[in-house]
Design a protein around this ligand. Sequence first.
Ligand code: GLC
Ligand code: CA
Length: 555
Amino acid sequence: MGSWHTNQVIYQIYPKSFQDSNNDGIGDLRGIIERIPYLKSLGVTTIWLNPIYVSPQVDNGYDVSNYYTIDDKLGSMADMEVLIQRLHEQGMYLIMDFVMNHTSDQHPWFKDAVQNPKGLYRDYYLWANSKDGGYPNNWGSFFGGSVWSRDPGKTKQYYFHLFDSHMPDLNWNNPEVRNSMLEIAKYWVNKGIDGLRLDAFIHIDKADFDQNVPNGSDEPVVAEEFYAHLPKVQPYLKQFCSQLRAIKPDLFIIGEAASASPELLAEYSRPTNGECDAVITFRSLVDKIPQPDSELPLTYQPKQLDVEGMKQQLATIEAKLAGISLPVLYWSNHDMARLASRYASKCYRLQSLKCLATMLYLQRGIPIIYYGEEIGMDNLKLDQPIDFNDLTVTDFYGKAMQQGYTHSEVMQMLNQTHKIPARGSMRWNQQQNNAGFSEHTPWLSGETHFVDVATEEDDADSLLNFYRSLIKIKRTELFTSGTEIIKNTPQGIYQFVRRLGKSAVVVTCNLTDQSIEIPMIKNTSTRFAEGKIRMLEDAVSYGPWAFTIKDILED
Ligand code: GLC
Ligand code: CA
């Protein structure tokens, strides 16, 4: 773990949606450069950019057709160099997304692989023959349907794609592939970036294609056991990371391991393994569906935070990672609904957002704040299933309509839970066109909650100003380096103690709409309190979403 990594507050920018500098409706690098003063004033220290490479944009940049050039809709290499330089001038760092599991089908390697089945690039990808006239096996893609699509060229083979059919998976067993990907990463490290976010790295090894999911059906089904966390992931990862660290020892490598268990988080980030410095898992967020409809897929049914489940999960992660690496703390990203749409209280919106941020970001770990979260942006309201450009949405919509839901009920479920409406443009100033994002209609638009930076700047009590204070607190040594113990508290209360040397702080959050009484901790002095808090004889009553940060005094 390199030294500068441990006290960062990361801010995730979806480049297409942050700031449009040339009014074409698409955010760009110059837009981000213009907003560096804002980032600085927020107090974040590292910026993570979603992919900005040349891309046909089938999956908004995760389908790369040229890794060595910036997509011209987002800017130029000169812009990128300026961005790196300006961030560094401000003492900030830049992390780039690195798409290593697949390319676009428009990448020259894949085009060549299709055109020349006997050529060098054929083996850059994964191919198989049809079984009994159908797909090679019944494995399902994350984006719906089979992982297999027909060779668009002359052979009768199929190629493998875990995500969209326009995103063929690379064959990491081929040393040429490993070498080519390493060369690309080196190129960017040599440009001066400070870190990489390894996209979907857990999928670079696959099981034998002869295996079917033994469920008695030919219908494709998602089967991570055949394509996630397989044995060669770690050796390939280790080789990749060690060669990058050879040219830049303090490179910050954050892996995306959506389905990693706490045990796997530890394996992927154990310093002696020489792989990632920190790992993002989607399993750190635990939620529940109050009244699930068993006739419908669970994915798009609205959820509530499962406070007890999350307490247990974060305590487990903390126990497994203590002394190994820092957990990654985040409430949302471009792959999930925004925090405000997902877990905010309907009755106590602002207070609940402050409380949720405090509960998570003051724990041991590296916060990643998803752009717009700091002003309370929520998901956009899209009108039609087609707007999501997602097979799984079409499927859900069809099933829900069959079950008798109305169009608007289904759209509400989708808008509240889906990732695409979480990618709306940043709301800078609601007095301006498109809230100051662009003069042009944004590439993705829809109705949304009326929050904006300009209004919140002027309001001492706003979420934005709260985030600024919280980030300052987080950046102190106790909160970046202290140990953590999550306490066993009454349901709905999340409480933890951070300790460093002789200092100790207890953070207490009521994550519900009700008041809850808890035993009083003696000998404390309050550093920060929000919400209705009442002192009783031996207890304290925390009102809805109330929270405190208290120093524990030595006796
Ligand atoms: C990661 C990204 C996601 C993308 C996928 C394929 O999970 O976060 O947005 O669709 O990889 O690259
Ligand atoms: Ca633009």
